[in-house]
Design a protein around this ligand. Structure first.
Ligand code: BGC
Length: 732
């Protein structure tokens, strides 16, 4: 009798399992995923549904073994797949097979101004995530660059919502082609690390919709992203991770998002709000979901037992958990329950090639007096390489985006490989100590001796390259804290000045994800913003420095002359960083170059700016018509000629402004661009299409986008502050 009972149960389980497998297998082919999901849901208990909605370890959630529903595994991005973390703690798990390709950071990707490269980047990254058996890759980051002090700007794509959108979309599509969900983060308004877990952001509807949301919206509507991460901060008085307005009204209703809202780690604060205001999956830092406390079990998460209790007591309707489970199952059908997803690849040549392409196309040449760069290799030439960043491994540090690359070539190694004839001398000049999250560990070496040595070898050299900047340790481009000051840390400004006293043939390479103060700018001949370049750092840098590659990166954000010239800082502490409780985005829609342009505050280096080793001429610039109707498309054509001595690439940028608008507007906004590669002497014509609908502003009167008729100014140039032609068109 007993045996019969058990074999009956086994039969039942096998049948259910078989049915579910068939359902899963067919879902991709028959494209009726929704009815399959309904069928699975109908077989799940309340507890099983709730189990899908919260973490079971640092980076995974439970499946339902009985039904063959797998666990969901995630890994941090956004510029590489993070090494395995322990089940219950933030310690690395110590695996030996989890090293990967470190891709350049997203500021570098944005600087390439090449959406197709973003697609290759996303695809390669997705392949690595898939190989590492991840179902969700926690990236890209698309928060808008508002202040140069934000510790995480390097994980984002700059200050312009159009640029960030255009680059995020192919990245996401690329990742997801591998059957790995991208998770666009941090939704929304996590634009600073200081007080990120509690600050309440207040801003206008226009700033929200025109500046801070477009890249998220494009990720949802154009890329079809499968998951999104709710931010730590509050927005209009409610935590972003379970924010009724952001999640329910905008994301899930207006934008029709059908994927999963994943909390940032321990960003949830309430069961009722998580349940009702759009959070689907709660992840955390402590095992009790409340922070760093590890005494309890994951069952104590807000979306675990407390949620189950409220469902059982009918305080929360079952339809709420059904919706969350449905979304999570949908994510699974798209990822780990898709039998056809590819297997992924890791650390292969193609991935390095993509990383190299992004690195070399993303570095930005900011100054090149007397053609300081490129530096030719020759016998008898002595190059002094000074600065800790010449040898420091930069994939380490920075917080959750820290990586364990299979290899990382330092700038010094790269230079030594590239310069076979010249003599390369090196010393650190300063020392900063190891990168630690949330604390500063001082260096051990004597600062005076390091500086003296730097001056000594600078005297002996024909040319000096200072490779410094920030370093992804606490308060230096790192999650959890903002930078404390705009200037370079660790006395670097003084060292640069002192080097200049003994050797004026001086170039600086800034490794950072942020604008920095440059009081020494007039003293240096060459200046490159190199970003954090990942595995191929040294090779890419040496190839640009030596001229093997001609730089073509453009700044994705403005470098202000002084911190107060930046829009967020201009309005004082209530605007940035706030008072510890609230923060008011008083700069409103005038962020970045919108601010500099409109207020006529000259930046040090403007958005869209970047030099080349060759020269370009933009000519014959014209819009295809003088008048357009509301549904039209403006086509701007422009001839681009390479008028210099070497091959190169230029970015034609089209900005649009609305003079005499009935609402406040930025003087101009980026609406289109095209990067053109040109051989020496070559000329090409580019056409940039702009849908008139893209010229709408967010009309608070109707709570929707609205198009103003009348005249618009079209500005075409190769930087936001270098407009070659302005013309006027009319929309009727
Ligand atoms: C970060 C997220 C990250 C998560 C998991 C959080 O602290 O804000 O970006 O994905 O940790 O590591």
């Amino acid at each position: 009798m007993k045996r019969e009972f058990y074999s009956g149960i086994r039969y039942l389980c096998t049948s259910v399992f078989f049915v579910v497998c068939t359902i899963i297998g067919n879902a991709q082919k028959s494209n009726d995923m929704e009815s399959k999901i309904d069928s699975i849901l109908s077989q799940m208990t309340l507890k099983e549904k709730v189990d899908l909605c919260h973490a079971q370890s640092k980076f995974s959630t439970k499946g339902v073994e009985r039904l063959g529903i797998p666990e969901v595994w995630m890994a941090d991005g956004p510029h590489g797949v993070r090494a395995e973390i322990s089940w219950d703690s933030w310690n690395y798990a110590g695996w030996t097979n989890d090293s990967i390709t470190a891709f350049p950071v997203l500021t570098c990707l944005a600087s390439t101004f090449r959406p197709e490269l973003a697609g290759q980047y996303g695809f390669s990254l997705g392949e690595e995530a898939r190989y590492r058996k991840k179902d969700v890759l926690l990236g890209p980051g698309v928060n808008i660059y508002r202040t140069p002090l934000n510790g995480r700007n390097f994980e984002y794509m700059g200050e312009d919502p159009y640029l960030a959108s255009v680059m995020a979309v192919p990245y996401i599509k690329g990742v997801q082609k591998n059957g790995v969900a991208a998770c666009v983060k941090h939704y929304a308004l996590n634009n600073q690390e200081k007080w990120r877990s509690l600050i309440n952001v207040e801003l206008s509807d226009r700033a929200l919709h025109e500046i801070y949301l477009p890249a998220f919206k494009a990720s949802v509507q154009e890329a079809g992203v499968w998951s999104i991460m709710g931010a730590y901060n509050k927005v209009r008085g409610q935590y972003a991770t379970h924010n009724e307005f952001l999640n329910n009204d905008i994301l899930k209703t207006k934008w029709n998002f059908d994927g999963v809202v994943i909390s940032d780690w321990s960003a949830a604060h309430s069961t009722t709000e998580s349940a009702l205001y759009g959070l689907d999956m709660e992840m955390g830092t402590g095992t009790d979901g409340l922070g760093s406390n590890v005494k309890n079990h994951y069952d104590y998460y807000y979306l675990a037992n407390p949620f189950l209790e409220k469902l059982k007591n009918n305080e929360i309707p079952e339809s709420i958990v059904d919706d969350k489970a449905r979304r999570i199952l949908r994510l699974m059908f798209r990822t780990n329950m898709n039998p056809n997803r590819p297997l992924g690849r890791v650390n292969n040549q193609e991935h390095s090639d993509v990383a190299y392409k992004v690195a070399t196309e993303g570095m930005v040449l900011l100054k090149n007096q007397d053609e300081f760069f490129p530096i030719q290799d020759s016998k008898g030439l002595t190059i002094a390489v000074i600065g800790e960043n010449a040898t420091r491994a930069m994939s380490a540090g920075g917080g959750s985006s820290e990586l364990k690359p299979k290899f990382e070539i330092s700038p010094l190694e790269g230079l030594k490989k590239r310069y076979k004839n010249a003599t390369i001398l090196h010393t650190m000049g300063y020392e900063t100590g190891p990168s630690e999250y949330n604390r500063i560990v001082p260096g051990k070496l004597n600062a005076d001796s390091l500086r003296t040595k730097a001056i000594e070898i600078s005297k002996q050299a024909d040319v000096v390259l200072f490779i410094g900047g920030l370093n992804k340790s606490n308060s230096q481009d790192c999650e959890g804290n903002d930078r404390k000051a705009f200037g370079l840390p660790f006395n670097q400004d003084n060292i640069i000045n002192e080097i200049h006293e003994v050797n004026q043939n001086l170039g600086v390479i800034i490794v950072s994800g942020n604008a920095v103060d440059m009081p020494w700018l007039s003293k240096v001949k060459g200046l490159i913003e190199s970003w954090y370049l990942g595995s191929v750092t040294g090779i890419a840098m040496a190839d640009v420095i030596s001229g093997k590659v001609n730089p073509s990166g453009k700044l994705p954000f403005s470098f202000p002359k002084r911190l107060e010239d930046n829009s967020a800082h201009y309005f004082g502490e209530s605007s940035y960083p706030g008072d510890g409780v609230n923060q008011y985005y008083k700069d409103d829609i005038l962020v970045g170059y919108r601010w500099h342009d409109t207020k006529k505050i000259k930046p040090l280096f403007a958005f869209g700016y970047g030099k080349s080793y060759t020269t370009f001429e933009l000519s014959n610039i014209a819009a295809n018509k003088k008048k357009y109707d509301k549904d039209g498309t403006i086509e701007v054509t422009c001839d681009v000629s390479n008028t210099g001595e070497v091959d190169g690439a230029e970015v034609v940028q089209v900005y649009v402004g609305k003079p005499n608008s009935k609402v406040d507007r930025a003087k101009k906004e980026l609406k289109g661009f095209a990067k053109v590669a040109l051989k020496q002497g070559e000329k090409k014509t580019v056409t940039i299409a702009i849908d008139i609908s893209k010229l709408k502003y967010y009309d608070t009167g109707i709570s929707d986008w609205n198009l103003e008729l009348g005249n618009y100014d079209i500005y075409v140039g190769n930087a936001s502050d270098n407009i070659i032609k302005k013309s006027t068109i009319k929309i009727e």
